[in-house]
Design a protein around this ligand. Structure first.
Ligand code: KDG
Ligand code: MG
Length: 427
């Protein structure tokens, strides 16, 4: 009869020794948080086990970074020391249920960082790229969409053409709105788009009517110039009411979008019923979701087509797999958030996840700067409109701590939005 491993390690502590059945345990001996700002802020957790294996996880919450740092340092790390790094599910449940205060962006970011670091360790110990532990590759690569933006329709389409020439199969289009000084998704002249642009929130003005008049002409022109072989996407960034979103969805139907993103704020999931009844334009929602509960009704009632939650904000690989499995039952596919505030560690994790789940849809790609890429050396790469996580053991991404130490944290907030009469609005 096969001997069972020692029950001494049942609470996850006192691990680190060989179990009686020969199962190797990996005692967590240290965990530390690294904050760096190579052109923008990133928070990374590194966990180390007794045999010197280390794993990393992204813990970046744009504009609220230090809250997660404190949550990890003051409340999570002390609970991790001595636990068996291989018990990923148990540690996830321990941190989620054990806090008593469940969910929320800060908590779920911290849990995600631990979870991803533990998967990184497990895959390194196995000597395999993480996606192999998640069931192996379900496809050759993950189709990504790039961002084309400009002050005018012409500038945006020129950018889209540039993306298509680089091999992108899918492009998101955002153009300036005539009559508004600035809007979401459009870079300032001569700069890359980076929304966290002030040490205190910058303020912009918003007009739904001006915006609504500007979107259909952008996509009409885009189809004229780009044709029909490229997927086109658009992000409303939570700025419409359900009935306004329905109107936009109907107006965009002739241009066959891949998706219309965040058409209305999603706290009230039932609000999507109205949009869904009126339009066949596919909908994507969820970049600010933290758990499966934020998307339950949207998925169950098939009110959306793509769920955009991603690894760092929604509890790591462990919880994202749960969301994807639930979504798969309802023909909802994944479309992970991938803006620059999701670090290369999150991108690597998202690619292992995307390569393996059956219902992958698309992955957002907003390339990081050269400085960020140097701090986070990685095995993932882009070719022919697809990304692949690479075949290095683990996540295939690291953090160069010496280089990271050169870039000190700089407070940077996302902007706020007001209506033209001064009323606070959604950004
Ligand atoms: O931190 C906020 C950004 O990541 C978000 O505004 C980007 O909406 C976004 C997107 O679709 O990439
Ligand atoms: Mg978005």
């Amino acid at each position: 009869m096969v001997a069972l491993p020692s029950m001494k390690a049942r609470d996850g502590r006192r691990a680190g020794q060989e179990g009686e059945a020969g199962l190797v345990m990996a005692e967590i001996i240290s965990a530390r948080v690294i904050v760096t700002c190579p052109d923008r802020n990133f928070v990374t957790l590194r966990i180390e086990t007794a045999d010197g294996t280390t794993g990393i996880g992204d813990a970046t919450l744009n504009g609220r970074e230090l809250a997660v740092v404190s949550y990890l340092q003051d409340h999570v790390i002390p609970c991790l020391i001595g636990r068996d790094a291989h018990r990923i599910e148990d540690i996830w449940q321990y941190l989620y249920k054990g806090a008593y205060w469940r969910r929320g962006p800060v908590t779920m970011c911290a849990i995600a960082a631990v979870d991803v670091a533990l998967w990184d360790i497990k895959a390194k110990v196995a000597g395999l790229p993480l996606y192999q532990l998640l069931g192996g590759a379900s496809r050759e690569g993950c189709m990504v969409y790039g961002h084309a933006n400009g002050a005018t329709i012409e500038e945006t389409i020129a950018e889209a053409v540039r993306h298509v020439e680089q091999g992108y199969k899918a492009v998101r289009l955002q153009a300036g709105v005539p009559g508004l000084k600035s809007t979401y998704g459009v870079a300032k002249p001569g700069q890359r788009y980076e929304p966290a642009d002030g040490a205190l929130p910058t303020e912009s003005l918003w007009s739904t009517e001006k915006y609504l008049r500007s979107v259909a002409p952008l996509f009409e022109k885009a189809r004229e110039v780009l044709g029909w072989d490229v997927h086109l996407l658009h992000d409303v960034h939570h700025r419409l009411t359900p009935i306004e979103a329905a109107r936009l969805g109907v107006e965009l139907e002739p241009y066959r979008l891949f998706w219309l993103e965040d058409p209305t704020p999603a706290e009230n999931q039932a609000g999507f019923r109205l949009i869904r009844e009126k339009t066949t334009t596919p909908l994507a929602v969820g970049e600010i979701f933290n758990t499966i509960w934020d998307a339950k009704q949207l998925i169950e009632e098939q009110l959306i087509d793509y769920v955009r939650a991603t690894i760092v904000h929604a509890g790591g690989i462990t919880h994202m797999r749960r969301i994807a499995s639930f979504a798969d039952l309802h023909q909802v596919r994944t479309g992970c958030h991938g803006a620059t505030d999701l670090s290369p560690v999150c991108m690597a994790a998202a690619l292992h996840f995307g390569l393996s789940v059956p219902n992958f849809g698309i992955q957002e790609l907003m390339p990081h700067t050269a400085k960020t890429d140097a701090v986070f050396p990685h095995a993932y790469g882009f070719r022919d409109g697809m990304m692949h996580p690479g075949d290095a053991p683990g996540l295939g991404v690291d953090i160069d701590e010496e280089l990271a130490a050169k870039y000190e944290y700089k407070r940077a907030y996302l902007p706020v939005n007001r209506l033209e009469d001064g009323t606070m609005f959604n950004w």
